[in-house]
Design a protein around this ligand. Sequence first.
Ligand code: FE2
Length: 230
Amino acid sequence: MQLEPIGPNIWLANGTEIKFMGMLLGTRSTIVRLNDGGVWMHSPVSYNSELATEIENLGPIRYLVAPNIYHHFFLKEWQDRYPDAELIGPRDLPTKRPDLAFSALLDDLQYDPWSGEIDRVVFTGSRAFDEHVFFHRASRTAILTDLIANVRLDDQSTLGRLVAHIEGVAHPNGRTPFLYRLGMRDKAAGARAVAAILGWGATQAVISHGEWFREDATQELRKRFAWLPL
Ligand SMILES: [Fe+2]
């Protein structure tokens, strides 16, 4: 089984590792089954047929969600196989990936087909990128992507360990990457987004790279966003 259940109607899929700035990073997708039986897939990992079959067994894949402009690498392989699924992403991604057909933008707040089941907040204020953060109500799970990384050092090369320390993303104290913090031009905007995220009262929080937070998520997030004026 590639899907790991982490609560009612929510699963994780760990994908292939990627090399980034000398670090070896795991990738992770979060999969939610909506009340109507349709499947919502956050930040798709690389496609493989076994994983696709497991997901299809949950229900029809209706939404493929790209949470920021950097998590687009595997969208095409899923969209090619599930052309009826709606592809949703941040506002600058359609320009970056003109080969993909987007159904809607996450920035369009009128677009809210998961109303009452999945909430979302956009984290802005950094020159690096905006990130859309989600909350699955039924499982009280916050779903983040790159805003926090928490990378185990065991598997890293010497360079990777060094970079993880410099970036401030080494497990167990991983937080927002240094370069992202450096690009922050409007900390108040970021703090407002985090206040909304903390207000959800999440009990667990998934991140795309590294160890995610299986308990005390709200407290963990507050700690790891402490670089902002919360
Ligand atoms: Fe990432």
